[in-house]
Ligand binder design. Structure first.
Ligand code: AMP
Length: 257
């Protein structure tokens, strides 16, 4: 595996053939690894980007304490047979004078809860798509609205990349894996389980939003909403547990392509 830190180096490192890209912010867990394995199964060259993107964090978000462990990430990416790990500095991605942003017009869910978040996500992903020129880019259903935003961007701006969405990987107790789960104390983790349980329990209900709200077990949600993604309706929710912000979703109708 090659570790590449600059954009000129990345351009030179890319061979011909079918390319898969897995954009990440590091602190790898089984969710990230499932995307890398899917890319490995389908592509000749697998590129994983590792970049904690400041542009997608709000002023009061957890950018400063976001978990970072590059040594461990390098080892796990190597074990997943990744070809290129692109780990640029913030200066590489946002050089002095940077002033072009991709703003996908979207509301609801994370877009309303975290103004500016998807602008940061769309901008960094378009940059990565332009740099790597992947045939397929792999994302997790855990961030389903992010996938919807990126599919919209790719269609609207004629970016020739297929956006693949893979299922959410969960711990045995049902909590969706997230780099942010490392912030949770044992007691908070128990509280956090109400989120996946409420979503799962609300699945067959006439009013899934009300049903999920009723089962949150004292957890105060930031939002519980239905979200259309491609052919499916998702029940999505965000909740703060202590100082940790968690999101999750389940399909309540249709199928995710
Ligand atoms: P992140 O490093 O949190 O920005 O996530 C990088 C990619 O991994 C995104 O496409 C996420 O949707 C995906 N991802 C994060 N958590 C999970 C999970 N539990 N299951 C599947 N994919 C995930």
């Amino acid at each position: 595996m090659r570790i590449v830190r600059t954009t000129p180096e990345l351009r030179l490192a890319l061979p011909e053939g079918r390319r898969g890209l897995v954009p990440t912010m590091g602190a790898f867990h089984e969710g990230h690894l499932s995307l890398m394995r899917a890319a490995r199964a389908e592509c000749q060259t697998v590129v994983v980007s590792l970049f904690v993107n400041p542009a997608q964090f709000g002023a009061h978000d957890d950018l400063g304490r976001y978990p970072r462990d590059e040594e461990r990430d390098v080892r796990l990416a190597e074990e997943a047979a990744v070809d290129i790990l692109f780990a640029p500095s913030a200066e590489q991605m946002y050089p002095k004078g940077f002033s072009t942003w991709v703003d996908v017009d979207v509301t609801g869910g994370e877009a309303s809860a975290r103004p500016g978040h998807f602008r940061g996500v769309a901008t960094i992903c378009l940059k990565l798509f332009n740099l790597v020129r992947p045939d397929v880019a792999f994302f997790g259903q855990k961030d389903a609205q992010q996938v919807a935003v990126l599919r919209r961007m790719v269609r609207d701006l004629n970016v020739g990349v297929h956006i693949r969405m893979l299922p959410t990987v969960r711990d045995a107790d049902g909590l969706a894996l997230s780099s942010r789960n490392s912030y949770l104390s044992d007691a908070e983790r128990q509280q956090a389980l109400a989120l996946p349980r409420a979503l799962a329990a609300a699945r067959g209900a006439d009013d899934p939003v009300a049903a999920a709200r009723a089962k949150l077990n004292g957890l105060e949600p930031e939002y519980v909403e239905l979200l259309r993604v491609d052919g499916a309706t998702l029940l999505t929710a965000a909740a703060q547990v202590g100082s940790t912000r968690l999101i999750d979703n389940v399909v309540v109708e249709g199928d995710l392509g």
